[in-house]
Design a protein around this ligand. Structure first.
Ligand code: FAD
Length: 431
């Protein structure tokens, strides 16, 4: 198991169960140890629940994937190991290491399925090259299509694999220094139920209200998608049966998810480097001034209510509304003149729905440096965005209760002036 902590619609598990009970193992590797405490605790709960669903059979091993998988293959005398195909740089590296370890031992790795609707790298233009622009990519993506969801794996057909990670303890306590004010659902069955309820209910409001952080009309599937507790194919099968604009809009967001994974697949360096650098390195604020600006942003005390509300929502819940993510990201890059990587690193630590491709490429989109990104000169104005998308101030008042009191700080920068600084630097870079 890797980013596919589910029994439903999991073709790799079905293949593994073809010749009898499957031995399922999750490698709790060094990468997981580098996750934030909140994300590790949530993963522990998701795996705890999955282990329950397999009658206690799932093994969780504190080891690198290659060692954990080889050990379990030997213990269970498995000739073939089945896993879903990863497309991110780290996922591919782990996959290659597992394959090498198995082959050196006379065994084989078989890759079945992908965490995306369409595997990254599959959608190409007539001449075999990648799509650089989202709209034609999404058109080709729809034309390509995807298979129907696979039947649920047999919960009774698992061989018991010993664990050496104490999931009970980790799931119950998490990391005390990084707690969340809310607990996200972690049981597969309830996640699927919540999604089905959404399709029957609030989905109808999605097209009209998805940009409104004050109205709760988005699907909230990003956290389960990040761990693979839901597969996008399951989502698309449900929306495909719903007529109307809202369902098409949600499908288009899932296409963005596939597009970003595709970009990262073709350009692994995009995980750290700007794909299209627009600003010279000399533009960015550095030193103590940069650190202080970053901390004010991170802690939600910029004096811009929508930015502060978003950063506090992130700290408390591990998620943030998409519209507000765009506003806070634009503010960091274009008002505080800090490089997008710094904001992306903070999101990695704070987001429960953290997904490498989605986070890095969305940051690049806002920073104007990505494939088919917003142009750099598009600068979000945090005040007009608030007036437009949170007109009654319900969202900001929820997260910034001291808004109209002397305790709330004055704006830390003059937005109009900083916008000019950013645009002047852009003009200079282009001259
Ligand atoms: P809905 O609006 O209900 O959308 C359904 C699904 O479509 C989402 O769960 C997601 O899988 C996909 N989707 C929606 N918007 C986007 C988008 N802009 N790009 C790619 N896929 C999208 N999303 C993550 O899953 N992980 C991240 O680490 C992440 N980091 C982001 C960083 C920045 C700076 C920005 C601007 C966006 C980021 N997003 C990320 C995308 C988006 O904000 C979240 O997917 C969305 O807010 C999740 O809420 P939802 O499931 O209710 O979304």
């Amino acid at each position: 198991m890797r980013r596919d902590a589910r029994l439903a619609d999991n073709p790799a598990l079905l293949v593994a169960q073809e010749d009898g009970p499957a031995a399922a193992v999750f490698a709790w590797n060094r990468g997981v140890h580098l996750w934030s405490g909140r994300r590790r605790a949530h993963l522990a709960r998701a795996l705890w629940s999955l282990r329950e669903d397999t009658g206690g059979a799932l093994g969780v091993r504190s080891d690198e994937a290659a060692d954990a998988v080889l050990a379990v293959a030997r213990e269970h005398d498995a000739q073939t190991v089945v896993a879903s195909r990863e497309a991110s740089p780290a996922g591919i590296a782990a996959q290659d290491a597992v394959r090498a370890a198995l082959e050196a031992d006379g065994r084989e790795l078989r890759l079945v399925g992908t965490p995306y609707a369409v595997a990254p790298g599959r959608i190409v233009k007539g001449d075999g090259t990648e799509y650089k622009v989202f709209t034609p990519f999404s058109r080709a993506w729809r034309e390509h299509g995807w298979p129907a969801p696979a039947p649920r794996a047999d919960p009774g057909a698992f061989a018991r694999v010993a664990s050496d990670v104490d999931l009970d303890q980790r799931a119950a306590h998490g990391d005390a220094d990084d707690p969340l004010a809310v607990r996200h659902e972690f049981r597969e069955e309830r996640i699927v139920q919540a999604w089905e309820d959404y399709v029957d209910g609030d989905l109808a409001r999605y097209a009209a209200e998805r940009d409104r952080p004050d109205l709760d009309s988005t699907s909230h599937v990003s956290v389960p998608l990040a761990l693979g507790q839901l597969h996008p194919r399951t989502l698309l099968a449900a929306t495909g049966a719903v007529p109307g604009e809202a369902a098409r809009k949600l499908e288009s967001e899932i296409a963005w998810r596939d597009f970003h994974a595709d970009v990262l697949f073709h350009h692994p360096r995009a995980q750290r480097e700007s794909l299209t650098p627009v600003m010279p390195d000399s533009h960015w604020t550095t030193g103590r001034e940069a650190d202080e600006a970053f901390m004010a942003w991170r802690d939600g005390r910029t004096g811009f209510p929508l930015v502060d509300a978003g950063m506090r929502e992130l700290a408390a819940t591990g998620t943030m509304h998409n519209r507000v993510r765009m506003v806070v990201a634009s503010f960091l890059v274009k008002d505080l003149h800090l490089p997008w990587q710094r904001g992306a690193d903070h999101f990695r630590r704070a987001l429960l729905d953290y997904d490498h491709a989605q986070n890095q490429l969305n940051w690049q989109w806002v920073a104007g440096t990505g494939r088919d990104a917003a142009p750099f000169f598009r600068v979000f104005n945090p005040s007009t965005q608030a007036a437009r998308y949170d007109p009654e101030r319900r969202y900001v008042e929820r997260w910034v209760p001291e808004l109209d009191t002397p305790a709330y700080p004055a704006p830390m920068v003059d937005h109009a002036a900083e916008r000019e600084v950013a645009l002047a630097a852009l003009r200079h870079a282009r001259a």
